[in-house]
Design a protein around this ligand. Structure first.
Ligand SMILES: [Zn+2]
Length: 114
């Protein structure tokens, strides 16, 4: 038996999730990681077995095509925040789905869904 208190808690959770959804910041899908690479200068130590240069490739698949673009250090925090917002959005979708299923299950048959 679902208590009115339980229903109210679910509705409150749904309202909080919807409010956060509406505050979703700019976002993007993608993966950024550190990769050691050669710079391409033939005289650099990296071309002769020396230490390589850390780079930040950004991999994004759009329309079935994966593109890679190196992220500048100055862009790193912004790009990582966009990607984090993308993952948070999906977490919100999952949580909202769970709450809505619980609300659907909690309503007695014949009562309209708000
Ligand atoms: Zn180099």
């Amino acid at each position: 038996m679902v208590t009115p208190r339980h229903l109210a808690r679910l509705a409150g959770r749904r309202a909080a999730l919807l409010a956060e959804l509406q505050r979703t910041p700019n976002l993007m899908r993608g993966i950024v990681y550190v990769r050691q690479r050669k710079c391409g200068r033939p005289t650099c130590a990296c071309a002769h077995g020396g230490p390589r240069h850390p780079g930040l490739p950004l991999n994004v698949t759009v329309g079935g095509r994966t593109r890679t673009r190196y992220v500048r250090q100055a862009e790193r925090a912004t790009v990582e925040a966009w990607i984090a917002a993308y993952h948070r959005l999906w977490a919100l979708v999952e949580a909202l789905t769970e709450v809505n299923v619980a609300l659907l299950n909690a309503r007695p048959a014949g009562r309209p869904t708000p």
